[in-house]
Design a protein around this ligand. Sequence first.
Ligand SMILES: Cc1cc2nc3c(=O)[nH]c(=O)nc-3n(C[C@H](O)[C@H](O)[C@H](O)COP(=O)(O)OP(=O)(O)OC[C@H]3O[C@@H](n4cnc5c(N)ncnc54)[C@H](O)[C@@H]3O)c2cc1C
Length: 480
Amino acid sequence: MLPGTSGGAWRGSEYIASLKDDREIWCEGRRVDVTGDPEFTPMLTTLAGLYDAQHLPDRAGQMLYRSETTGNPVSLSYLAPADRDALGRKWANSHRWAEASHGQLSRIPDFMSNVVVGLYDFRHQLAEVDPRFASNAENYYHYARENDLTLTHGLGDPQIDRSATPAQRPELGLRVVRRGADGIVVRGAKQIATLAPYAHEVLIYLSPANYLREDPSYVCWFAAPLASPGLRVLCRSSYTGSGGLAGRYDEQDAMLVFDDVFVPMDRVFLLDDSQTAVRGFAELNKWSLYTGQIRYYHRLRTLLGVASLLAQAIGVNKFRQVTDLLGELTSYVELVRLGLEAIDAESRPTASGLLAPGSTAALDAVAGRFSSRASEIIRQIGASGLIMQPSEGDLGTSALRSALDTYMCGRETSPDEKSRIFRLAADLTVDRFGMRQELYETWNRGDPARVRSMLYDRYPDLRRCEAGARDLAEGRMDHT
Ligand SMILES: Cc1cc2nc3c(=O)[nH]c(=O)nc-3n(C[C@H](O)[C@H](O)[C@H](O)COP(=O)(O)OP(=O)(O)OC[C@H]3O[C@@H](n4cnc5c(N)ncnc54)[C@H](O)[C@@H]3O)c2cc1C
């Protein structure tokens, strides 16, 4: 059990206290204590609120379950589902997390908990490399679940020179520089890890872009506390001070720099074996990709709600050109909902006896495009109103009131209500916070060009599509 905790699913105050450790977090040249720094505490308060919500009397039954090993109430995010009922409860919990944060927290803790479920599920394949890796994965799953660990992950290499290989420049990849019976020492960096300053531990594995390494010392999967000696977390500039959504939902993105970090052997899950790393990537991500789509669905719903309110506020909601745009945005929401249903319907038993969702590849392939288009639709409907709104300061100034009430109101909307919905729209689609979300939707599932290429390469029905096309071209008529 983590020091100072009662075990099981976090309550907000316990979670905040658990981050008071020796972690080395840097932001804009300052070393920060995330539990007290004004740029970091707003997001911490958001996460604490979400953790508290799991214990509300009307929620607990839908977000927690009793650990069969300790009897503690633990998060359904960590449930390793073996049947339909369990899978349904798991997804209902994911919807709760994502809906409560309006789809704005891309790496909501529910995401990485599901990667740990994937690691646990993959343990038998890890055993074929080294039986210790399998027991490490199993023990880590129980440790993470019982302590409700908040995790970040770093898959990619630092963006130094994509045309070079680690064999030419060792600093391009994270690698094992020493190994002993008690553990390994790793050196290098990972770009990038969302949520890192708020996480207890980082889980390192490899993205498909870099798993086929010439040198096996670059293949290493492990978990390490954020407070590990030698691990530095370099955050991007904070957006919190901009206010609006960033004031609540700046989950941060960070470079992780490992300066000879020691990882005890019981936290190492794979070494040296590229082929197992290749197979493992998709296996580890099975549940998290689905929960990522659930989060994405709630973000699209938020964008639809905002677009619709914008249109109503300025009386354009009945114009054909605008309803066309709103209908297009609605179609993205519906396609993702239907996709989630279909992928759930294709759930299959895994080799270890769990039940995993079908492939999210088709939704992953279009998510960035739907998202960019949804933002474009909001900018199309909002037009100049996205920047020309009174601030809260203006709204509270009596000398401006009559001008605001006359010229900055909406069709049937006060200037107060109208400006708040337009400012929210600008936050989501024009300002720095929204642009970062956009970047996230495009890149978080890996390079979208690779995702789409793999979807095509592995499409099981391709040969039949080609056969049909060939028949048509050759004029063969078979109507059976
Ligand atoms: C907001 C945000 C949050 C993220 N959070 C996380 C996280 O929490 N954890 C995590 O592990 N990752 C995270 N990612 C990283 C994400 O997985 C990567 O952005 C993605 O894999 C692409 O890698 P890259 O950004 O290094 O781009 P690069 O790989 O450097 O690509 C740059 C450009 O070069 C092209 N390119 C690169 N290599 C090739 C090649 N071999 N052939 C052809 N074209 C190529 C790409 O298509 C792209 O256009 C996050 C990304 C963003 C934007």
